[in-house]
Design a protein around this ligand. Structure first.
Ligand SMILES: C[S@@+](CC[C@H](N)C(=O)[O-])C[C@H]1O[C@@H](n2cnc3c(N)ncnc32)[C@H](O)[C@@H]1O
Length: 355
C-alpha cells in the first residue's frame, strides 16, 4: 500500500544495520508503530517471532493478517455459501473466495451514501472518494464479510484475511492524490477501474506472533522482546485523518462524520508523536519503559524531534549509535492526478544497546 512513511524501500538498510549491531541470533522482533506491516512481514519471513502494534484499526487488520496468520486458510464453513469451493485446492481457496466477493452485486450502503458522487449529490456536502460502482461494491463486500463473521462461518483468521484484502485492494481505486485528506474533483483513471478484490499474501510460519491495536505508550510495559523497532510519525500529520476512510471501511461502524472530507471523530487516536510540545516527553517515557535488549528508531531529517533530542533520550538507556541513508522520497504533488516528484531526504536509524 502507498503509505506515508512506509519502509518498503528501506528494508535492506534496516536489516543490514540491525544485523551489524545485534547479529542474527535473537528471537523476538517488535514492530510497534507497524503501519502497513511491511517491516514485521520482512522479519517474519526471516524466521523471527514478531510482536506488532499500531493505534489505527485498519493497520491492526493488516498486521493481524500478515503477521498473525501463519497457516493456509480452509474456509470450510463457506462451502455451503460459495458454489464449487469444496472442490478447490487449499492453496487456491483464498483467491476463489476473493473472486466470489469481487463478483457480488453492489449495494447502496454507508460508503456509497457518504463518500460517492451518486450517494451524496443531494446532500449538503458532495464527496467523490470512489466511483459509485466501487463504493457500492465495497459496501457489498464489507457487509457480507461481517455477516459471515456474525454467523460464525468464517474463522477469525479468515475474517482478518478478507478485511486485509479489502483494505489493500480498495486503496488502489481511491480518487485521491495520495491520502484521504482530500478527494479529486474528477474521477481519475485508476478510480474508474472496477474494484477487484486481490487476495492479500499469506506468510506461513510456525512462530507464535502477537498483534495489538493500542497506543504504544499504554502497552510498552507489557511487551518483552530482543529488538524493538520504532517507526513513529515524524511530523504533525496524523494518520487518523490521512487514512480515515480506511479506518471506516475496516470498522464499518457507521460513524458520525463531518466537513468536506467526511472525517470521523479521532480523539482517541490522536498521536502524541505528531505534537511538537508533547513528542519528547512521550518518546522519553517510551524509551525508559521498553523491556528489550536493543532499540532502533527510524526518523528522518525533517522530524519534530532533532537529532540531538533523540540522541539524548536514547542515550539514557545505554550505548547509542546512528546509521544514515539518503534516499529518494516520492511525494504526491498538487496536480490533480497522482504524479510524483522525487526529492531527497536523509533517513536516520538511531539505536541503543540497552544496559
Ligand atoms: C511511519 S508510520 C509506520 C510505517 C510502517 N513502518 C510501514 O512501513 O508501513 C507510523 C505509524 O505509527 C502509528 N502511530 C502513531 N502514533 C501511535 C501511537 N501512539 N501508538 C501506536 N501507533 C501509533 C500510525 O498509525 C502509523 O501507522
Amino acid at each position: 500500500m502507498n503509505y506515508i512513511g512506509s519502509k518498503l524501500s528501506l528494508l535492506q538498510f534496516l536489516d543490514d544495520s540491525i544485523a551489524s549491531v545485534v547479529g542474527e541470533d535473537y528471537d523476538t522482533f517488535c514492530d510497534l508503530f507497524a503501519g502497513t506491516g511491511i517491516v514485521g512481514s520482512y522479519f517474519k519471513k526471516k524466521g523471527y517471532r514478531i510482536v506488532a502494534n499500531d493505534i489505527q484499526y485498519y493497520s491492526y487488520v493488516l498486521n493481524r493478517h500478515y503477521i498473525g496468520n501463519n497457516k493456509e486458510l480452509h474456509f470450510f464453513k463457506l462451502a455451503d455459501e460459495i458454489p464449487g469451493l469444496k472442490h478447490i485446492e487449499l492453496t487456491e481457496r483464498r483467491s476463489y473466495v476473493c473472486n466470489y466477493l469481487s463478483n457480488l452485486k453492489g449495494v447502496e450502503g454507508y460508503i456509497y451514501k457518504n463518500y460517492c458522487h451518486g450517494g451524496t449529490e443531494n446532500k449538503a456536502v458532495q464527496r467523490q472518494y470512489f466511483s459509485d460502482e466501487n463504493g457500492k461494491r465495497t459496501d457489498a463486500i464489507r457487509q457480507i464479510i461481517e455477516h459471515w463473521q456474525e454467523r460464525a462461518i468464517v474463522s477469525n483468521d479468515e475474517y482478518y484475511f478478507l478485511l486485509a484484502s479489502l483494505i489493500e485492494s480498495i486503496d488502489k481505486y481511491a480518487n485521491t492524490a495520495s491520502v484521504y485528506g482530500a478527494f479529486l474533483k474528477q474521477l481519475k483513471k485508476s478510480a474508474q477501474n472496477t474494484l477487484v478484490l486481490k487476495p492479500a499474501d499469506l506468510i506461513t510460519s510456525d512462530q507464535n506472533h502477537r498483534v495489538y491495536n493500542a497506543d504504544i505508550n499504554e502497552i510498552i510495559s507489557k511487551i518483552r522482546g530482543d529488538v524493538l523497532y520504532l517507526d513513529p510519525p515524524y511530523n504533525h500529520r496524523q494518520y487518523a485523518t490521512n487514512y480515515h476512510l480506511l479506518e471506516t471501511i475496516a470498522r464499518y461502524d457507521n460513524p458520525k462524520i463531518h466537513g468536506k472530507t467526511g472525517l470521523r471523530d479521532y480523539d482517541r487516536q490522536k498521536s502524541l508523536y505528531c505534537s511538537r510540545p508533547q513528542v519528547k516527553a512521550a518518546f522519553q517515557e517510551l524509551i525508559l519503559g521498553a523491556k528489550v535488549k536493543y532499540i532502533f528508531l527510524s526518523y528522518n531529517n525533517e522530524g519534530l524531534m532533532t537529532l540531538d533530542d533523540v540522541k539524548q533520550i536514547m542515550s539514557l538507556r545505554g550505548k547509542y549509535g546512528l546509521f544514515t541513508k539518503e534516499y529518494n522520497r516520492f511525494k504526491a504533488d498538487r496536480a490533480e492526478n497522482r504524479s510524483y516528484k522525487a526529492d531527497k531526504t536523509t533517513e536516520y536509524l538511531h539505536y541503543v544497546v540497552c544496559a
